[in-house]
Design a protein around this ligand. Structure first.
Ligand code: MF3
Ligand code: CO
Length: 291
């Protein structure tokens, strides 16, 4: 953990209370877990009450944008039109799309169709057609507070195989969420996600995962879904991260489009589905911040 604080000093969490009456026992418990060899979070990963309030305001926009586009997505539309809707709705509500110009990403959303695993770039050339499955991934910056979530959309009449993939990918998120509680491990969540996908004959992408989120768009820890129970980082109240497994119908392998440097595809060309939620670890368990 970080530098020593006196028992009567103000707590690092800015609650205004003395350390001994606030986070001292919490820090001691984390230190004991670290001594046992576990990976533990540092204070920068623990959100204060004010930060959580700001992030929730950001998430209101993120959720509203997804609700808004859900009412407009239809066959015949191109993904650039979705991008325009996202930019306009987000900025009208006072936020800014966090992906826009993020490390050179050119658009206000990721739109990933069928065999695109994630980071699809909206384009007039990508026209949605009957039977497509589409992930729209939205992230919002409001006054420096970040939210991030994504949903799947089925365009028109989708095959039972693809529909099943979309449903199981969503269930994976909620099976993982059940494991999110203080003093458990990210690996508890990761293994639950993986095992559920595997039980349906699917695979979960290894190279790309979730992440801490809130004060930065992408913060530590990295969150994988091929991890093992009892391993990876300890979860403690105040931590916030995404659950966003990419579930492949076929093989686990992916490749990145070498022309745009962003978009991931399944190696075998079979479809992939992803839902993303943003989660806060609380004293009681968890709270969904964005979905
Ligand atoms: N919202 C995506 C995520 O879940 C953002 C990826 S970065 C981008 O982390 F630049 F590709 F948008
Ligand atoms: Co994310």
């Amino acid at each position: 953990m970080s530098k020593k604080i006196g028992r009567n000093d103000p707590c690092w969490c800015k609650s205004g209370r003395k350390y001994k009456a606030c986070h001292q026992a919490f820090d001691d418990r984390i230190a004991r877990m670290a001594q046992m060899g576990h990976i533990v979070p540092d204070h920068a990963m623990i959100k204060t009450a004010d930060q959580i309030a700001g992030i929730k305001e950001s998430a209101k926009i993120n959720i509203a944008v997804l609700d808004y586009i859900a009412g407009h997505i239809r066959a015949g539309m191109n993904t650039e039109e979705i991008n325009t809707m996202v930019f306009e709705k987000t900025t009208r509500m006072g936020g800014y799309p966090a992906t826009l110009n993020y490390q050179g990403f050119p658009k206000s959303a990721c739109t990933s169709v069928n065999n695109q695993v994630c980071h699809g770039i909206p384009s007039e050339d990508v026209v949605l057609k009957d039977g497509d499955i589409l992930n729209v991934d939205i992230s919002t910056n409001l006054d420096g507070f970040y939210s991030d979530s994504s949903r799947m959309f089925c365009i028109g009449e989708v095959s039972p195989e693809k529909k099943k993939l979309v449903e199981v990918a969503k269930e994976c998120v909620y099976v993982g969420l059940k494991e999110v509680k203080p003093w458990g491990f990210l690996g508890d969540m990761g293994q639950a996600v993986h095992d559920y996908a595997f039980s349906h004959g699917y695979t979960v992408v290894r190279e790309i995962g979730g992440h801490g989120v809130g004060i930065e768009f992408h913060e530590d820890p990295w969150v994988g879904y091929n991890s093992k129970r009892g391993q990876e980082m300890l979860m403690v109240p105040g931590m916030m991260f995404t659950i966003e497994p990419m579930v492949n119908m076929g093989k686990v392998d992916i490749f990145i489009d070498d022309k745009n440097g962003w978009t991931a595809y399944t190696e075998d060309g079979l479809p992939s589905a992803q839902w993303e939620i943003q989660v806060l670890v609380t004293e009681e368990g968890h709270e969904i911040i964005s979905y």
